[in-house]
Design a binder for this molecule. Sequence first.
Ligand SMILES: Nc1ncnc2c1ncn2[C@@H]1O[C@H](COP(=O)(O)OP(=O)(O)O)[C@@H](O)[C@H]1O
Ligand SMILES: [Mg+2]
Length: 408
Amino acid sequence: MRKKLLIIGAGAEQVYAYQLAREAGHYIVATDQNNKAPAASLADYFIEVSTRDAEETLSAIQQYCQKNGVIDGVMTIANDVPYTVACVAEYFGLSGHSVDSANLAMDKLRMKEAFKKSNVSCPDFWEVCNLEELIELIKKKNLKSFVLKPLDGCGARGVLLLESTDNLEWAWNESSSWGKGPTLLVERFIAGLQISSESFLISGKAYTPALSERNYTSLDKFKPYIIEDGGTIPADVNMSIKQEIDRLVEAGAKAMGVENGIVKGDLVIGDDGIPQIIELALRLSGGWFASDQIVTATGVNLVQAVMRQALGEAVTAAELTPVRTRSTAIRYWFPQPGKIKSILGEDVVSSLPGILKYGFFRKCSDVQPTIRIHPDRFGYVLVEGEDRAEAIARVENAIASLTIEVEA
Ligand SMILES: Nc1ncnc2c1ncn2[C@@H]1O[C@H](COP(=O)(O)OP(=O)(O)O)[C@@H](O)[C@H]1O
Ligand SMILES: [Mg+2]
């Protein structure tokens, strides 16, 4: 009997999960608001519904199951919809993160409150209801450098790095415009090494095949927007920091009610050497981290682990343990804003050594926006190498090999 797997979302970054499910012989039910989404044609059955609309998704799946029988598992990848996944899993009694945990994952304030309650190291944070409260807080706490963000963002939407002397009225309006809620979150800015982690937990123990060192060399260029320019695996950290990170992820996950399954971390190792959690996402990562970078660098396939867990199969420590140590690096292109006139050098990029993947999010005649959020980046290139030095040299060469001409 083929197992029936529901995959929430059928976008470009989800194609890999569909390919894996097909290879495993599963029957795939897909949802997406766009019936022409890149992975839609890889599904056996497609349901047109927004991945963000948990209620509509659940009702569509209930109808589907009434007609066609039960589903055996539900998952997503690279899509910040843990709540939708959890609602379906919980209703049908399938394995996955609970609705309570997913609720915490969707609210940066409640997540941090849960961390604080359990003494999980994270930046100091305060909720502010309006501009006056923000100004007062900065004075009271003597905050020199801080981050302002919506409670419900993703992809760096409305995440601003500010100084007390910046135009705070502008900052309030800008950050608010990206969130749904009436309030914003202020966090102490933690200077240090920024890390992406992706762990699979088994009975509360974190297995983290690889850490990526996030590249913020252009932080000053995009400030006040915090825009990440890719990352490099392995991160330049020693074994003891890696172990500390595992313990921190375990504690953070536990504070969110999670003992099993996927946990993606945004972490920072402060200049005092202590890792802190900026946030944990209860889903597989985007940016080709789980689907390509970790697989290439370590041989561990977290997408497969999540799929197997979703279908009620046991995931073992052995399959989460790296079998090789290679390096990968991903970087993005950041053209000037304006109408794109030409994109030159793609043939060179595609034939460079070590290229795993590259992609453009825009084409000629499209308008390149000013960079304010991650989806504004023009495109990415992902390479592999023997070690960090080789991967970084290759990726920087690939970035330099493309010219994007823009009409201002
Ligand atoms: N308090 C902080 N200190 C240092 N860096 C931060 C802080 N808050 C956010 N950042 C940086 O900005 C990125 C985006 O913020 P985050 O809260 O993760 O929002 P999003 O949901 O958009 O990913 C983080 O991954 C981190 O690199
Ligand atoms: Mg984040």
